[in-house]
Design a protein around this ligand. Structure first.
Ligand code: GLY
Length: 326
C-alpha cells in the first residue's frame, strides 16, 4: 500500500517534474538532490514512434496513463504492414492469425486475452476483461464471444503479404526462432502520466508460424508486462518461452523494488535469464523496456539489435538498447 510519506514524495516529485524544474534548480540543485525526470513519459519496444505519439497525445493533455498505453498499442494492431502484431500479423502454421494481449492500470488491476482470432484490437478487449468482468484472462472462443458481446466486430486479419509469407514458410516448414526479425516484434508500451499514474500494455500475434494454440509471454501478467504504481513497470519483446519460464517483467519490477534503477533492474534480469538458459539464449532475443515512478527509464537485451521509442520532454526518439552480448 502507498504510505502517506511515499505519496507526498511522489506528489512533490510529480509537481516538480510536470511543471517547475527551475524551482527545483533554485531550491535543491546545490543541495545535491538528483534532478527528477520530467513527466509524462511513454516508452515502447522497437521503433514504435507512431504508438508513442498516440500515447503522448493522451498524456500531454493530462490524460490517464491507461488510456495512453491502450491508444499506443492500437496503432500497430491496426497496421497491416506490422507482421508481428494484430492485423497483418503472421499466422500460425495452420494459417490462422491468433492474438495475445494484456494491460495493467495504476491500481494493479489487469486484463488479458489469449488465442483470440478475428478481432483487430485485442488490447481493447483485454481492457474490457479488466474493467467489466471479475476475471483477468479470457482465452480463445470465450474471449471471442466476450469481444463480440462487447461490440467488437469480427474481421479477417490475414493479409495477402502474411498469407504469401506463410505459403513460402510451408515449403520448408522450419520452426525456429530468429533474432530481431525485421527489427520489430511484440509491442510492449509503458506510460507514467502527469498525475503519477503508471500503466502498461503488451500486444502481439506471437511467434510467426507457431503451433496452433501456442501462447507466449505477451498476455501473461508478469511475463510480457508488469506495472506497479509503487515502483515502476516493465515490458518486453522476444522469445516468449524464455520469458514465460522466468516471469521476466515481474522480476525487473521486483529488482527495482529492492532498489535497482530501471537500467540496472533490466541488466540484472537479462543476466539471470542468460545464466539460467545459456543454450537457448545463444540464438534467442529478449529485450526489456523499463520505467520507474520517478520518471527514469532503462532498456537492455540479450543480443544487439533491440531498440525502443521514448517520448519524454516533448521529444519522440528512438534509441539503441545496450545488450549483454556485443
Ligand atoms: N514475445 C512474443 C511471443 O513470444 O509470443
Amino acid at each position: 500500500m502507498t504510505t502517506r510519506r511515499k505519496f507526498l514524495g511522489q506528489s512533490l516529485l510529480g509537481a516538480f517534474a510536470a511543471s517547475d524544474t527551475s524551482f527545483w534548480s533554485k531550491t535543491f540543485q546545490g543541495a545535491g538532490f538528483a534532478k527528477p525526470k520530467t513527466l509524462p513519459l511513454v516508452i515502447a519496444t522497437w521503433d514504435n514512434r507512431k504508438a508513442t505519439q498516440a500515447a503522448w497525445d493522451v498524456l500531454s493533455a493530462d490524460g490517464r496513463a491507461l488510456d495512453a498505453v491502450e491508444a499506443g498499442a492500437r496503432i500497430p494492431e491496426a497496421d497491416p504492414l506490422d507482421t508481428s502484431v494484430g492485423y497483418g500479423g503472421f499466422p500460425d502454421r495452420d494459417g490462422h492469425v491468433t492474438l495475445d494481449a494484456c494491460i495493467m492500470d495504476e491500481f494493479g488491476m489487469a486484463g488479458s486475452v489469449c488465442f483470440l482470432e478475428n478481432i483487430m484490437h485485442p488490447i481493447s478487449v483485454a481492457r474490457k476483461v479488466m474493467e467489466k468482468t471479475p476475471h483477468v484472462m479470457l482465452v480463445g472462443e470465450g474471449a471471442l464471444q466476450f469481444a463480440k458481446e462487447e461490440g467488437f466486430k469480427e474481421e479477417n486479419l490475414l493479409t495477402d503479404v502474411a498469407k504469401d509469407a506463410w505459403e513460402k514458410w510451408k515449403l520448408k516448414s522450419e520452426y525456429k526462432p530468429v533474432i530481431n526479425i525485421e527489427r520489430h516484434d511484440t509491442i510492449g508500451i509503458l506510460a507514467l502520466d502527469t498525475k503519477n499514474r503508471i500503466a502498461g500494455a503488451c500486444t502481439t500475434s506471437g511467434m510467426a508460424f507457431k503451433m496452433r494454440g501456442r501462447v507466449g509471454d505477451s498476455p501473461i501478467i508478469g511475463a510480457g508486462m508488469y506495472a506497479d504504481n509503487e515502483v515502476g513497470a516493465a515490458a518486453c519483446s522476444g522469445l516468449g518461452e524464455i520469458l514465460l519460464r522466468t516471469l521476466g517483467c515481474f522480476l525487473v519490477v521486483e529488482e527495482m523494488r529492492r532498489g535497482a534503477s530501471p537500467q540496472k533492474a533490466a541488466e540484472l534480469t537479462i543476466e539471470r535469464i542468460v545464466k539460467k538458459y545459456p543454450t537457448q539464449c545463444k540464438d534467442a532475443q529478449v529485450g526489456f523496456v523499463v520505467i520507474d515512478v520517478k520518471g527514469r527509464h532503462g532498456a537492455y537485451s540479450i543480443h544487439p539489435g533491440f531498440n525502443y521509442a521514448l517520448y519524454q520532454d516533448g521529444k519522440n526518439q528512438v534509441f539503441e538498447s545496450k545488450s549483454l552480448f556485443k
